[in-house]
Design a binder for this molecule. Structure first.
Ligand SMILES: [Cu+2]
Length: 459
């Protein structure tokens, strides 16, 4: 076929019409309101694959999860207000699923609830969601098929619709999605291949138990802290994807609530607070000014939530904790046992026996003494501290760390020479110290809460 100048010109002239017609043909009447022939919205395309994965909540705690694109939460989707968003959901789960776009104004057939608004996207199938991104603000997405199990297993993520003309700008923009984790709820339970766990069976109204309280799919020191430099203004987007309210508190700083459920709070009405109670499904955007350098707590004020994961930091560049945890802290990595530069003892590893034998509940043999030549001495792990926190022992002594608290604990040498992993309440871990020296120890779950100690092994 030979192209004439006329037909080439005709195609050039018609291209915008063809392209515009193609896009407009794909959209629905609701989007025509926001779309004129003169301004065809920019098309933004994404793919989300729902699949079963292994997910490390924190070192030593890896779970089977259902998640988008191999991560929990799913990837943060950022678009601009007014853009046409096309998201292909591919379902590689063993069950049907859908996605709800929480806080987005869209037509019913794009809203996600299975049965009411669409059929389930069956295993191996795809579904294309398409909508105009409006209104601007902190939105989110989550499964709306068996959401009790599917959200709890990890099918959620953030959707940030950036305003066409931002009223405020920030030096850093953080998203923290809150959720709970139930160790008894596994994909096998959700698909009916396994029975509900014994603790979940005693709960009523379909309630799930909770073992861990997560920020961005992680717990404790595995949560990335809010990092900032003095003088910076930071936006913190809180999204509650879970089933419980959380009371998020910032130490050393009050914040301004600049948006609720993604929608701007009118100037002059923004509350200045240091704790915000966020209910399931809600969002709060917090504006925080970096005016008080240091390392500060950032946590849920329901204290058992913080003690079981929902705890992080506001960390200024280069700042160090002012308390004893400072000795265990590196600005870039936080509290991370195993860093050789923090080692105070001999580099030789003590002999460790990972004995997580159930504790008999007997009296603490040797605990409280500062010196012992006995074969085995006990240190109690109660909530957030070792008791005693410091102990001098003879070389060759075995220390048994017994968890007498209500939460998971662990004990690791800061030089990396031993690590108990998770020690459940009532369980214990024993390690023999043969090499004289000073061993700093830390609970990897509660180091930030001051659960550190020291073992002196005498000659
Ligand atoms: Cu909480």
């Amino acid at each position: 076929m030979r192209w004439s100048l006329t037909s080439a010109l005709l195609i050039v002239l018609m291209t915008p019409l063809i392209a515009g017609g193609f896009v407009l043909a794909g959209v629905r009447p609701w989007s025509l309101v926001a779309t004129s022939a003169a301004s065809v919205p920019t098309l933004r395309e994404f793919e989300l694959t729902a699949e079963e994965i292994d997910w490390e909540i924190m070192p030593g705690t890896t779970v089977r999860a259902w998640a988008y694109n191999g991560q929990m939460p799913g990837p943060e989707i950022r678009v601009r207000e007014g853009e046409l968003v096309r998201i292909t959901l591919r379902n590689d789960l063993p069950v049907g699923t859908t996605i709800h776009w929480h806080g987005v104004n869209l037509p019913p057939e794009m809203d996600g609830p299975v049965g009411l608004n669409q059929a389930a996207v069956e295993p191996g199938e795809e579904f294309v969601y398409e909508f105009v991104a409006t209104p601007a603000g902190t939105r989110w997405y989550h499964s709306h098929a068996d959401p009790t199990a599917q959200i709890a297993l990890g099918l959620y993520g953030s959707l940030i619709v950036e305003p066409r003309e931002p009223k405020r700008t920030y030096d850093r923009d953080y998203t923290y999605i809150l959720n709970e984790w139930d160790l008894e709820l596994t994909p096998d339970v959700a698909t009916g291949k396994a029975p509900r766990g014994v603790r979940d069976q005693i709960l009523r109204g379909g309630e799930l138990g909770t073992d861990l309280f997560l920020m961005n799919g992680h717990a404790h020191e595995s949560i990335s802290p809010i990092r900032l430099a003095e003088g910076e203004r930071v936006l913190i987007r809180l999204i509650n994807a879970g089933n419980l309210p959380h009371a998020i508190h910032t130490h050393g700083h009050s914040f301004k609530i600049v948006a609720t459920d993604g929608n701007d709070v009118p100037e002059g009405m923004a509350l200045l607070k240091d704790t915000v109670l966020i209910g399931p499904g809600e969002r709060y955007d917090l504006e925080l000014d970096g005016k008080n350098p240091g390392v500060w707590m950032f946590h849920c004020h329901m204290e058992n939530h913080a003690a079981n994961g929902m705890m992080s930091l506001i960390q200024y560049d280069g700042a160090m904790p002012t308390g004893p945890v400072g000795a265990f802290f590196t600005p870039d990595v936080g509290v991370a046992p195993g860093a050789a530069e923090h080692m105070h003892g001999e580099p030789t590893a003590p002999t460790s026996e990972p004995a997580a034998a159930p504790d008999t509940g007997g009296p603490a043999a040797g605990a409280g003494t500062t010196e012992s030549t006995g074969v085995e001495v006990e240190i109690a792990m109660v909530d957030d501290r070792f008791n005693p926190p410091e102990l001098t022992i003879a070389a060759g002594t075995t220390l048994r760390f017994v968890n007498r608290g209500a939460n998971w604990h662990s004990v690791a040498a800061f030089d990396g020479s031993f690590d108990s992993g998770r020690v459940d309440p009532g369980s214990s871990f024993a390690v023999r110290f043969d090499v004289p020296g000073v061993y700093d120890i830390i609970c990897k779950h509660h180091g930030l809460r001051g659960m550190v100690g020291r073992i002196v092994v005498a000659e």
